[in-house]
Design a protein around this ligand. Structure first.
Ligand SMILES: [Zn+2]
Length: 172
């Protein structure tokens, strides 16, 4: 699976070059199940269930990459919104490096940009933005997870299925 993973990585890099504006961050060990199991339930229900279930690390890695692609797809569905968000991240980075963390975060240009991000997402704070975007990315990752289990000739574990149903809004 190692070769497949690096191929996927390459694919992501090419995709990012095409998309241009979005930053994807992946840790060094994307197949780390113990780490996945500690993710916040309301933000990463699917990733967390994969970690808790201690699924094959290649299934987990595929899920995490699919989650990141989910953000890319979400961004292409809502381009203006994500551009504002990326502009905010860039501006915050610039101002905090110029003024220091505290002053940079309080800089009026930064707080104004933040406010337009929050208005766009309909969120009350930046944490609420993550709570909006991560479950969307998880939902987009569902078919990849299902396919990964099928490729490994495994049934989707009950806990994972529950997370999927919840993301799809089915009560079960
Ligand atoms: Zn995410």
């Amino acid at each position: 699976m190692k070769a497949n993973q690096s191929q996927l990585f390459l694919l992501i890099m090419v995709f990012l070059l095409m998309v241009g504006e979005i930053t994807i961050s992946l840790g060094n060990d994307i197949g780390d199940r113990a780490d996945a199991a500690t993710r916040r339930e309301n933000q990463y229900p699917l990733t967390r269930s994969l970690g808790e279930e201690r699924v094959d690390s290649n299934v987990l890695a595929a899920g995490i990459i699919a989650h990141e692609f989910g953000h890319v797809e979400d961004a292409s569905n809502r381009p203006g919104l994500w551009q504002t968000y990326q502009d905010y991240i860039d501006l915050r980075e610039k101002r905090t490096s110029e003024l220091g963390l505290q002053k940079g975060l309080m800089d009026p240009s930064v707080t104004q940009k933040l406010q337009s991000v929050l208005n766009g997402f309909g969120a009350k704070d930046i944490d609420a933005v993550s709570l909006d975007t991560d479950p969307r990315a998880e939902r987009i990752a569902i078919p990849v997870i299902e396919q990964s289990f099928a490729n490994n000739r495994k049934k989707v574990p009950e806990r994972v299925q529950k997370a999927i149903n919840k993301l799809l809004g089915k009560q079960k």
